[in-house]
Design a binder for this molecule. Structure first.
Ligand SMILES: Nc1nc2c(c(=O)[nH]1)N[C@H]1C(S)=C(S)[C@@H](COP(=O)(O)OP(=O)(O)OC[C@H]3O[C@@H](n4cnc5c(=O)[nH]c(N)nc54)[C@H](O)[C@@H]3O)O[C@H]1N2
Ligand SMILES: Nc1nc2c(c(=O)[nH]1)N[C@H]1C(S)=C(S)[C@@H](COP(=O)(O)OP(=O)(O)OC[C@H]3O[C@@H](n4cnc5c(=O)[nH]c(N)nc54)[C@H](O)[C@@H]3O)O[C@H]1N2
Ligand code: SF4
Ligand SMILES: [Mo]
Length: 715
């Protein structure tokens, strides 16, 4: 009998069924009963989770560095020795430079590991931790919060008449969305896609808008303009629940279809058509990384979020549903906002990056985490204060942060680095201590699934391999050691077992672990459109089309178009770097930097690729499968990629993925300087004024064939 669980290889968290044979996991597949994923699943869930767990490269014992940092010499040690070393070394650095000299690093606060890293840092008295969200969904999250929607993850595709898909490639990035879109289309829903690339969603769309990269805010404001001018908006909803409609109307008046067309390259008629199709709702806004993680991300999202609000598509069947949760339930980021687990405001006010990005970092910040590039700089320069030791789990920043050379230099310069990891990544290779962690098949986790909505349960289906432990166990074991050394760490990590922790998150709402174990999920009652009761968490208590928070900070309170960086560059720079680079195109077989040592994935996708339009390829004399080098203006590295010639990308726009490294190449960098696109990018500004996000696309670049005789990095 297969056992129900939840795949946690990505934040989609599909319902899964695991089949056991002789105590090992023989198969992982979809759970068709799961109310959120409804049987959707992907190859990463089928192959990735299992092979990660059983892989011969898996780290299963704590290890201590021998010799030089990064030399690749390790000795296996026991947990006591490992955790004593981590506790002692962190406290040594704390003693020498103060608590703020300690910094955590983790992927996000979508999984328990994020909360564990942040709470451990707080237990040590430091508010500093790095997370990926400035590079990921941070602009969407902040726009959602500033606008007061509270609608992340609530795309009700199954009940929609029109899905507006912007900067999202669901066929590769989200199995649940992709399957729901196919069902919706079969039921007669229409799709409007805004993407410079011809994605599978664009190929199937009723209307495909291809803006120049980074110009989406102009398209969105053009749609707002048409919606208001043609009185397609929901006047009752606006009157009752929205603040600043007249100001938005005035702002949008500038963005006539003709004006928006000039700014974005999208034909004016298409902007009008898109607005009319979207207005014929209920419609759902499906957004992605293509309009996030760039220096005008929040304003771009604010423009689309304004469109969602004025059209009355918030929390309506077929629209964008607000976050529902069972009574008392809290997710990881909410836990981090609980006053019981916070440091004094004067300490949090010193979080690195808070001065410039107060809505991101520090006591008022939604992420609470540092501004990453400022923190990397602090490690290297000691300004505004020394940052000398890092505790990192579940993130591979030597590959996934822009400016690989700088990130690696920062990691190398630390007095102490401990890394919790499944395998020897380019980040783990620079550690002093590496701790082995459990996988999603070995550990219990609960999570809120907005598309159910339901609470999903990840079940430990097999025993932890070797000596691997969960992030929870490692963090609480460390907290005990800190207590023994006189630090009141358990206040921040008071739970004894992960079950106790999960019960704390679950709250007192009648959902039992018995139910979760039996089905893998639990539904709960909820109500749509309960605006009176639920309210809007903004200064005016309404949806803020005009953001009073942004106004208070001296930022533009209304959504606006900011010309993309590439279009603002000096003519000489544009001459030297004549192409536009998009990074981050998701590949089905990889999750960021993961699975690069899995045979199945490398078989599907053996090389890092650069998509080049046939016209561009002809102009540059490039042919399919040539190896080329990509460079951008502000970085001191380059990235080697193999050319694919395709009309899926626009002329003059080259497109690649992210996350490449080569576990088989020599360490400690394992190819992170040669085939990793972040080696060719800068993490310096311009940054989004709210989230501090750097541009991960829309970058100027140049492409040249690798010099004759240069051996390609991959045979
Ligand atoms: N298989 C797989 N799935 C994943 C991941 C993975 O690594 N592998 N990662 C997960 C994570 S953490 C994330 S954040 C998501 C990311 O997944 P998505 O949100 O789909 O993001 P991307 O694939 O980066 O980009 C989406 C689309 O944005 C387009 N785009 C680029 N620039 C622009 C622009 O200026 N305007 C517009 N409108 N579009 C633009 C790209 O061409 C692309 O088609 O995927 C998640 N799912
Ligand atoms: N240039 C550029 N850079 C980008 C992006 C881009 O589009 N362009 N995208 C950004 C985005 S959206 C993101 S989210 C970040 C991602 O950046 P990362 O979070 O660094 O990427 P991952 O490779 O997913 O995670 C790294 C480590 O997580 C560990 N890990 C922890 N838990 C698990 C687990 O349960 N299963 C598995 N398999 N591994 C686990 C693995 O050891 C793995 O090495 O990268 C960002 N960087
Ligand atoms: S989309 Fe794939 S990797 Fe993500 S949770 Fe679902 S099966 Fe797992
Ligand atoms: Mo992401």
């Amino acid at each position: 009998m297969p056992v129900p669980t939840t795949c946690w290889e990505c934040s989609t968290r599909c319902g899964a069924l695991a089949t056991l044979e002789d105590g090992a996991v023989a198969k992982v597949g979809p759970n068709p009963d799961h109310p959120g994923s409804k049987g959707a699943f992907c190859v990463k869930g089928i192959r990735g989770m299992r092979e990660l767990t059983d892989h011969p490269n898996r780290l299963v014992r704590p290890m201590r560095r021998r010799g030089e940092r990064g030399a690749g010499a390790w000795e296996e040690i026991g947990w006591d020795a490992a955790l004593d070393t981590v506790a002692d070394r962190l406290l040594e650095v704390r003693e020498a430079h103060g608590p703020l000299s300690l910094i955590g690093a983790v992927s996000s606060a979508f999984f328990s590991r994020g909360a564990m890293v942040a709470l451990l840092m707080r237990a040590l008295g430091s508010p500093n931790w790095l997370m990926n969200q400035d590079l990921c969904g941070g602009c969407r999250a902040l726009s959602d919060k500033l606008t007061g929607l509270s609608a992340i993850g609530g795309e009700d595709i199954d009940n929609t008449r029109c899905a507006l898909i912007v900067g999202r490639n669901p066929s590769a990035a989200d199995a649940v969305q992709w399957q729901a879109l196919k069902r919706a289309r079969a039921n007669g829903a229409r799709t409007v896609v805004i993407d410079p690339a011809r994605t599978p969603a664009a190929k199937n769309a009723d209307l495909w808008l291809r803006p120049r990269p980074g110009t989406d805010a102009a398209v969105a404001l053009g749609m707002v303009n048409v919606t208001i001018a043609e009185r397609l908006h929901d006047a009752d909803f606006v009157a009752r629940w929205c603040h600043g409609f007249d100001a938005l109307k005035e702002r949008a008046a500038r963005y006539t279809p003709a004006e928006a067309s000039g700014l974005s390259g999208v034909p004016a008629d298409d902007i009008v058509q898109a607005a009319r199709m979207y207005a014929d709702g209920p419609s759902t806004f499906v957004s992605g990384h293509g309009i996030d993680a760039f220096s005008a991300g929040v304003q771009t999202f604010r423009a689309f979020h304004a469109l969602v609000a004025i059209s009355g598509n918030l929390d309506r069947a077929g629209g964008n549903l607000r976050v529902k949760r069972p009574k008392g339930f809290r997710n990881y980021i909410e836990l981090l906002h609980d006053p019981a687990f916070r440091l004094p405001p004067e300490t949090e006010a010193r979080t690195i990056g808070r001065e410039r990005f107060p809505l991101w970092a520090g006591p008022e910040g939604w992420q609470t985490a540092c501004h990453n590039p400022t923190a990397i700089e602090a490690i290297l320069t000691g300004e505004p204060y020394p940052v000398r030791a890092m505790y990192l789990s579940g993130v591979n920043i030597a590959v996934t942060y822009p400016d690989t050379r700088k990130t690696v230099a920062a990691l190398r310069s630390l007095d102490f680095l401990s890394v919790v990891s499944h395998s020897m990544t380019p980040t783990a290779a620079l550690a002093d201590i590496v701790l082995p962690k459990t996988t999603g098949l070995e550990e219990e986790e609960i999570s809120l699934d907005m598309s159910g909505p339901c609470v999903s349960y990840t079940r430990p289906v097999v025993a932890a391999r070797g000596m691997a432990r969960s992030d929870f166990e490692i963090a609480t074991d460390l907290a005990d050691r800190l207590e023994a050394r006189g630090i009141a760490a358990r206040k921040f990590l008071p739970w004894r077992t992960k079950r106790e922790f999960n019960a704390f998150l679950l709250g007192d709402n009648g959902i039992s672990f018995d139910e979760l174990e039996e089905k893998g999920y639990a539904r709960f009652p909820y109500e749509l459109g309960n605006f009176e009761a639920a309210g809007f968490r903004t200064p005016t208590g309404k949806i803020e089309l005009r953001s009073e928070t942004l106004a208070r900070l001296g930022l533009d309170p209304l959504p606006d178009f900011v010309p993309p960086r590439a279009e603002r560059a000096a003519p000489a720079v544009r001459r030297d770097y004549p192409l536009i680079l998009l990074t981050g195109a998701r590949e089905k077989a990889y999750h960021h930097s993961r699975y690069r040592d899995h045979g199945w994935a490398r078989k599907v996708s053996p090389y890092p690729r650069l998509q080049v339009h046939p016209e561009t390829a002809a102009a540059l004399d490039l042919a399919a499968d040539d190896w080329v080098e990509v460079e951008t203006p502000d970085a001191d590295g380059a990235c080697a990629l193999r050319v694919s010639v395709t009309e899926d990308t626009a002329p003059g726009v080259v497109r690649t993925g992210m996350g490449w490294w080569l576990p088989e190449a020599p360490g400690p960098d394992f190819g992170a300087f040669s085939v990793n696109i972040n080696a060719a990018m800068s993490y310096g500004g311009p940054w989004d004024p709210v989230t501090g996000s750097a541009d991960t696309r829309g970058l100027l670049c140049r492409v040249r064939p690798l010099p004759a005789g240069t051996p390609p990095p991959i045979a």
